[in-house]
Design a binder for this molecule. Structure first.
Ligand code: CA
Length: 232
């Protein structure tokens, strides 16, 4: 274990899974803390300066959902990204997990490579935050208290859905979101919208940003979705 890297807490009751995750995270240079129960995990969160949590949904006693809720309710831990690990097809779980503030969601069986990529994105999203109330990316800033978006000093007027979309993007720059994921995060429980709606509001967001900047902030990922990415 190489100390000094970001600290990752893994909460998983299946010993083989726990070891597999710990091993791979160690290889990537992270300092890994292991917990087999939610209680143990919460204790470690109190004692250590954890940078990201990988949290199994199905745990004995305190469930992953409850652990996540407690992490997000606590001022000291609420900005720590939580990636939930869950069984295939539990869509209701996914929505509930995102509702209570889980930052990401990975379905088992996951590929280790994919999971490591998500961990990197999760860590980057906190590094990009200048305090929880201000999100910044390449000169673009979102003030969550004043509900204001600006590029340099120029304020960009946005509709409420465009604001929410941009917020999702700014919380994880570079991460690629599928239309379904954006629907979940921005429209939530509203089942009367379909993925074309996402395209419409992405279009409006682009238009608003294009008025103040030549940089194209929103990248279209063909066949998948969108990402906040100026490098394209
Ligand atoms: Ca489990």
């Amino acid at each position: 274990m190489s100390a000094g890297g970001p600290k990752i807490l893994v909460v998983e009751d299946e010993a083989s899974q726990l070891e597999l995750l710990a091993y791979n995270l160690g290889v990537e240079g992270y300092e890994v803390f292991k917990a087999e129960t939610g209680e143990e995990g919460l204790l470690i969160l109190e004692e250590q300066d954890i940078d990201l949590v990988l949290l199994d949904w199905m745990l004995p006693q305190t469930s992953g959902l409850e652990v996540c809720r407690q992490v997000k309710r606590n001022k000291a831990t609420k900005n720590i990204p939580v990636i939930m690990l869950t069984a295939r097809g539990e869509e209701d779980d996914k929505i509930r997990g995102l509702d209570i503030g889980a930052d990401d969601y990975v379905v088992k069986p996951y590929s280790i490579k994919e999971l490591m990529a998500r961990v990197r994105v999760g860590l980057r999203s906190t590094a990009g935050q200048m305090g929880a109330d201000l999100l910044v990316y390449h000169g673009l800033s979102m003030d969550l208290v004043q509900h204001k978006v600006a590029l340099a000093d120029q304020v960009i007027p946005l509709g409420p859905l465009e604001f929410k979309l941009l917020r999702v993007f700014l919380e994880a720059p570079g991460r690629v979101w599928s239309r379904d994921q954006l629907l979940d995060r921005v429209w939530g429980d509203n089942l009367n919208v379909d993925t074309r709606t996402v395209d419409v509001h992405i279009g409006r967001l682009r238009k608003a940003l294009a008025k103040v900047s030549d940089v194209d902030f929103v990248r279209t990922v063909r066949g998948f979705g969108y990402s906040l990415d100026t490098s394209a």
